[in-house]
Design a protein around this ligand. Structure first.
Ligand code: FES
Ligand code: FES
Length: 175
């Protein structure tokens, strides 16, 4: 859909962006096309697969169906916003996926990581069942589920070993 543009203020990964946009454009489109943030992926475009997942005020959301005009005053976090802004160190969930080889093709990876970050903020030591439930609506088409669950468990261990990182992670995804 296209229409009249208006001034919009978007807060993404802790930075304010002043944009002139059609407010009906999707957040996913604006993140990728206007802000160059290619972490969130286009999969289905219908809120079904989870490839486009971002965090809105710390909660996972489907950027492919969110209209930017509705997001004033909300904090958007993308995959690019997870690393430590001072050191560039990857978020423990990201390094957990690397350690456990939780990625195959990358189609689902963004959504798995963003959903796992949100889960560990709520429950730093989730059971396997809770991890599976939290990721159940993120589709992985290549059967990497065992490694993905292990990746989230590894991330939980890393966060538990680094309480400062846990606090910084929580702050970064809600700023
Ligand atoms: S692209 Fe958004 S849920 Fe599939
Ligand atoms: S790793 Fe391939 S779809 Fe998830």
């Amino acid at each position: 859909m296209s229409g009249a543009t208006r001034a919009l203020h978007l807060a993404v990964n802790g930075k304010a962006h002043n944009l002139e946009l059609d407010p009906h454009r999707t957040l996913l489109d604006v993140l990728r096309a206007e802000l160059g943030l290619k972490g969130p992926k286009y999969g289905c475009g219908m809120a079904q697969c989870g490839a486009c997942t971002v965090l809105i005020d710390g909660a996972p959301a489907r950027a492919c169906v969110l209209r930017v005009g509705k997001l004033a005053g909300r904090a958007v976090t993308t995959l690019e916003g997870l690393a430590d802004p001072d050191t560039g160190a990857l978020h423990p969930v990201q390094s957990g996926f690397i350690a456990e080889e939780g990625a195959q093709c990358g189609y689902c990876l963004n959504g798995m990581i963003m959903s796992a970050v949100a889960l560990l903020r709520q429950d730093p030591s989730p059971s396997e069942a809770r991890i599976r439930a939290a990721l159940a609506h993120n589709l992985c088409r290549c059967g990497t589920h065992t490694e993905i669950v292990a990746s989230v468990q590894r991330a939980a261990e890393r966060l538990a070993a680094s309480p400062d990182r846990q606090a910084a992670s929580a702050k970064a995804t809600t700023a």
